[in-house]
Design a protein around this ligand. Structure first.
Ligand code: ATP
Length: 247
């Protein structure tokens, strides 16, 4: 079967004045794959990801996310993707159920749909007894699992995860990745940035950005073979060592 692309970009470029943060990058992401978007600090990941999420316009280049044009259909992109990051996630001063209701409403779901989904979500997360807890009082790992589920509440075909497991303990990271696998198995595409190289191994394909360009992109197995490496950490270091940019 031919791969169906959920993301396609060609020569995507973003300049800030004379500085080119993202420099003519081109790639595709297939439906249902777990796509790792790696790069050293300052490589341009966040800048590129903002464009793919409809939050920023490229200086030049073209592309589609979910079939919507990144230059002309940003509002449609925003409504049709899921997004979670550690920096922007849930409201700590609201209770668990209030966060679910808020984001369900933002994505335009009806009250009855939100109620049904929130019950199913709390059951799945085994958080039924925490529905009245303030999100700010949850351990980070629970917060991130809840944030991931909420990012999927409107059943987007692609979800962007920006360092979703930063600072989370290894056991919870493992559970988080089980959720990612289960979600991808249902056909949802996962676009994930991470600094953890063991997590890069879990991706179907990995792109590694260095100084605004994609230095390489392939499956972890193919990358390891190409760079005569036993793990992704070694692949990453061999590519990132060429970086000129400072953080
Ligand atoms: P990190 O892992 O640290 O988040 P990153 O790969 O996401 O790094 P970006 O945040 O995309 O990197 O930044 C890429 C480069 O563009 C950096 O050198 C950064 O200083 C620069 N940059 C980002 N946003 C702006 C802006 N609004 N104005 C000027 N320069 C910017």
């Amino acid at each position: 079967m031919e791969n169906e692309n959920v993301i396609e970009v060609r020569n995507l470029t973003k300049k800030f004045g004379h500085f080119t943060a993202v420099d003519h990058i081109s790639f595709e992401v297939h439906k249902g794959e777990i796509f790792g978007f790696l790069g050293a600090n300052g490589a341009g990941k966040t800048t590129a990801m903002k464009i793919l999420c409809g939050l920023s316009r490229p200086t030049s280049g073209e592309g589609k996310v979910n079939g919507y044009d990144i230059n002309r259909e940003q509002e449609k992109i925003k409504r049709n993707i899921g997004y979670m990051s550690q920096r922007f996630s849930l409201y700590p001063d609201l209770k668990v159920w209030e966060n679910i209701r808020l984001f369900g409403g933002i994505y335009g779901l009806s009250s009855s749909t939100i109620r049904a989904k929130s019950e199913a979500m709390l059951r799945y997360l085994q958080m039924e007894n925490l529905r009245n807890e303030l999100v700010g009082r949850l351990p980070l790992g629970w917060k991130q699992k809840l944030a991931f589920s909420i990012a999927l509440i409107h059943e987007p075909s692609i979800v962007f995860l920006d360092e979703p497991t930063g600072g989370v303990d290894p056991e919870t990271r493992r559970m988080f990745w089980e959720m990612i696998y289960a979600t991808a198995e249902q056909g949802t595409t996962i676009f994930v940035t991470t600094h953890y190289m063991d997590e890069a191994e879990y991706c179907d394909r990995v792109s590694i950005m260095v100084d605004g360009v994609i230095a390489d992109l392939d499956s972890p197995a193919a990358l390891k073979q190409r760079y005569h490496a036993t793990d992704m950490d070694s692949v990453f270091r061999q590519l990132a060592v060429k970086a000129q940019r400072k953080e």
